[in-house]
Design a protein around this ligand. Structure first.
Ligand code: ACO
Length: 311
């Protein structure tokens, strides 16, 4: 009976067990999971572009090898997440169409340009640092395939974060021009990194329901605060200044206070009007079209194999 499966779902959530693909789940739970997983997958795939642009210009073979590996990891994360979305009945080709036609979102952060090589280091440190902060709790997300995907993804993200930090340490030990380049990159990426966590809790459409379903384990503001607290000492160790005059330790709260985020900028970037939105989607669309023959050939090959096997 319908209320039997509903009660089972509620119990699964309540006991901190996992919802699995074949379990009954409310329609809105399924929709929310597909939305979040697809957005996450799209972010990984679009996220290959800003750093990928530096592969041919990396300053040494070592940096190039590291960057290649990192960008490949991101492709892997994207494919892994599309597979997780497929366990919910989503169709990968359809998700890609939705991304390209602007009907599904991807993270705001990947709509900013990477103007110097220091940006690669700062993306590793701040952007991947923020991603880890947001994703480690998702290893306990209630949807099994998503939670399990997060375990591996977080391990690779932490390698990405460390390579970024290590690169910045090298640059900070370099010339005054190199140190300036790092500071300039930090100035440009700090605020957009804070925006990655999403709108403030009061304006977040999905947080309350996603927390109740244990899809999300912390609110956007909680994770943003955690990220600020963990980043301040790292900035100090590195010798860079975070561009916020209001940033200071609040003894009473046991957290850092920080300045007001420009929420109109986040809204603009999410709605498609960031510095690189059009370019990112155009590159993705062209790559998809250029790859059509590979998909057709693979499908033809699979059909031939099935035909031979059937004989
Ligand atoms: N960039 C783009 N869109 C965003 C962002 C952002 N930084 N933050 C929130 N949004 C969107 C939401 O997707 C939602 O849009 P929708 O209703 O059209 O789907 C809307 O703004 C309102 O936000 P919330 O209600 O707070 O949305 P949600 O509960 O999904 O929380 C969050 C947003 C925190 C990003 C969540 O979806 C999440 O944890 N996702 C998984 C992690 C992820 O996708 N990371 C991608 C970047 S990291 C990386 O790829 C390296």
């Amino acid at each position: 009976p319908a209320d039997g499966v509903e009660a089972h779902f509620e119990r699964t959530i309540e006991r901190d067990q996992r919802v699995e693909p074949r379990d009954w789940m409310p329609g809105r739970y399924r929709t929310t999971m597909v939305r979040q997983i697809a957005q996450h997958a799209h972010s990984e795939i679009i996220g290959m572009q800003p750093e990928g642009a530096w592969i041919t210009r990396a300053p040494s073979l070592r940096r190039k090898a590291i960057l290649l590996a990192k960008v490949q990891d991101e492709a892997g994360h994207g494919l892994y997440l599309y597979s997780a979305a497929e366990t919910l009945g989503a169709d990968r080709a359809d998700l890609t169409r939705r991304l390209i036609s602007g009907r599904q979102k991807y993270s705001s952060i990947f709509n900013y340009p990477t103007t110097t090589f220091a940006d690669v280091g700062v993306i590793g440190w701040l952007v991947d640092g923020a991603a880890i902060c947001n994703q480690v709790p998702l290893c306990r997300s209630s949807y099994g395939p998503y939670a399990r995907a997060m375990v591996r993804i977080c391990k690779e993200e932490s390698f990405h974060q460390r390579q970024g930090y290590e690169m910045l340490m090298c640059l900070m030990r370099g010339t005054p021009a190199q140190r300036e380049m790092v500071q300039d990159a930090v100035d440009r990426w700090w605020w957009p990194s804070l925006m990655m966590f999403g709108p403030p809790d009061a304006d977040s459409t999905h947080t309350a329901q996603s927390m109740a379903w244990k899809i999300k384990r912390h609110t956007n503001d909680e994770l943003r605060q955690r990220f600020v607290d963990m980043t301040v000492p790292q900035a100090r160790a590195l010798g860079v200044t975070l561009p916020d005059p209001d940033l200071r330790w609040n003894e009473e709260r046991g957290h850092h206070d920080f300045g007001e985020i420009d929420w109109s900028e986040l809204k603009r970037v999410i709605s498609g009007d960031g510095p690189c939105n059009a370019e990112r989607i155009e590159v993705r669309r062209a790559a998809h079209e250029d790859g059509a023959w590979v998909r057709e050939a693979a499908a033809a090959h699979a059909a031939k194999q099935a035909d031979t096997a059937g004989r």
